[in-house]
Ligand binder design. Structure first.
Ligand SMILES: Cc1cc2nc3c(=O)[nH]c(=O)nc-3n(C[C@H](O)[C@H](O)[C@H](O)COP(=O)(O)OP(=O)(O)OC[C@H]3O[C@@H](n4cnc5c(N)ncnc54)[C@H](O)[C@@H]3O)c2cc1C
Length: 407
């Protein structure tokens, strides 16, 4: 009987354990979790609702949501992608629903539903589960298999080992993989929001716009989508996406860089100027601050007008060419200075981890140390926000589980 151990009782570890135990009922499959709780990130994920996956059911299209891991994930997604996740949970009694932006959640809107499902499936497949049981050291045995030193002083032996210990932001987290000969891409945060001290922007906290284009001049970073003004700067899906694609570059800039915002990406400068002309003609006596250009919220418009140096009492008829130019520039390219970052409380991940070239993505087995497997965020894979990070954990866990079962 083969003995399989999984270090880490998170999303990837559970998915691998269940898949393995279901495919090889004779194998002994054990999850070792160092903390006092299994699946603690699932619990807090998606604001407590768990954004399980994304309604993107094409393997290739799914891959482009991963700033790190795009190429490596193509063949795994051809075997287990978002539609398989939906079917997996549904076949175990958990229905998922899709929100307008494609994110998928359990219909209960409670992450506990996902936790209960995974625990139930693990028990049914006779997976052994141990809490407060951290793996501290691993030695590869000459005769095959691994010897693990656990946090309670115990030593245990297994034939096959899966590391699913999660993002390796803390240096210790990557140390197990390192001790077995693997190299790690240095960890840096991904999915964060931007600090901007500009007073008029902070005054707009709570204002959101559906579609803005944000870019970092000098870096090839440009994203379009919903933007949210906060008490400390800017957030929203478009900022999180930019932070993911720029995770390494922005870390290199110590999170201090200029940011350009085009508040009206659907219009170009000429169309905006034409709109201004039509206002001059049709409503010359109206105050500019009071007559926003759709779809900009009136509070934002007011601040952009003032930031362009146009006084509150200026009417459309009195808008000079120079002032018009300033306003168009504000609308299509407001420049802010980003001075730092905050973690996004709903979802954050680590960019960096075990180098992908050192792992065989047909099995998730190490190319360096036979019998060693990897799954989840410990790998140098991370996605943009929207359920893609869990999808990578489910997919890599499933593939590792099948391979360890010999299926
Ligand atoms: C606040 C927050 C919200 C999120 N929301 C979403 C979301 O809605 N949708 C989404 O797709 N992604 C979300 N994510 C990202 C997602 O949670 C992770 O990508 C995912 O949990 C990774 O799964 P994993 O199993 O690789 O790692 P983890 O879930 O981090 O699990 C790793 C486990 O290993 C254990 N461990 C570590 N070292 C050892 C050791 N030496 N021995 C034994 N055990 C060990 C840890 O205690 C942990 O339980 C969110 C992240 C955060 C922080």
């Amino acid at each position: 009987m083969s003995r399989i151990v999984i270090a880490g009782g998170g999303a990837a570890g559970f998915f691998a354990a269940i898949t393995c135990a279901e495919a090889a009922p004779d194998a002994e499959v054990t999850i070792l979790e160092k903390s006092a709780q299994f699946l603690s990130k699932v619990k807090i994920s998606g604001g407590g609702r768990c954004n399980v996956t994304h309604a993107c059911f094409d393997a290739r299209e799914l891959t482009v949501r991963y700033p790190r891991g795009e190429r490596a994930l193509l063949s795994p997604f051809k075997r287990f992608q978002a539609s398989d996740t939906v079917a997996w949970f549904e076949s175990r009694g958990v229905k998922l629903k899709t929100e307008g932006d494609g994110r998928m959640f359990p219909i209960s809107d409670a992450s506990q539903t996902i936790i209960d499902c995974l625990l139930r499936a693990a028990r049914a497949a006779k997976v052994k589960m141990r809490l407060n049981c951290g793996v501290e050291r691993i030695a590869k045995r000459a005769s095959g298999g691994f010897e693990l030193a656990l946090s309670d002083g115990e030593k245990v032996f297994y034939d096959c080992l899966l590391l699913a210990t999660g993002g390796c932001r803390a240096a210790a987290a990557g140390q197990l993989a390192g001790s077995l000969g693997h190299k790690l891409e240095p960890p840096v945060p991904s999915l964060f929001t931007f600090h901007i001290a500009t007073p008029w922007l902070r005054g707009l906290a709570g204002v959101s716009i559906e579609s803005a284009e944000v870019s970092v001049p000098g870096a090839k970073l440009r994203e379009r989508g919903a933007l949210l003004a906060t008490h400390w700067g800017l957030s929203g899906p478009v900022i999180l996406r930019l932070s993911a694609w720029g995770a390494r570059e922005l870390h290199g800039l110590d999170y201090k860089f200029p940011l350009h915002i085009n508040w009206l990406p659907q219009l170009d400068a000429e169309k905006i100027a034409a709109e201004f002309q039509s206002r001059r003609d049709s409503q010359p006596a109206k105050l500019i601050v009071n007559t926003p250009l759709a779809p900009l919220p009136s509070r934002l418009w007011e601040q952009l007008v003032l930031a362009a140096g146009i006084s509150r009492d200026t009417r459309w008829a009195a808008l000079s060419r120079a002032a018009q130019h300033q306003l168009v520039q504000q609308l299509i390219r407001t420049e802010f200075q980003v001075t730092g970052k905050s973690l996004n409380k709903d979802e954050f991940v680590t960019c960096g981890g075990v180098r992908l070239g050192e792992v065989d993505f047909k099995t998730m087995e190490s190319r360096i140390c036979p019998g060693l497997y990897f799954a989840g965020e410990l790998l140098d894979i991370d996605g943009i926000t929207g359920g893609f990070n869990f999808q990578a954990a489910w997919t890599t866990g499933w593939i590792a589980g099948r391979a360890m079962a010999g299926a």
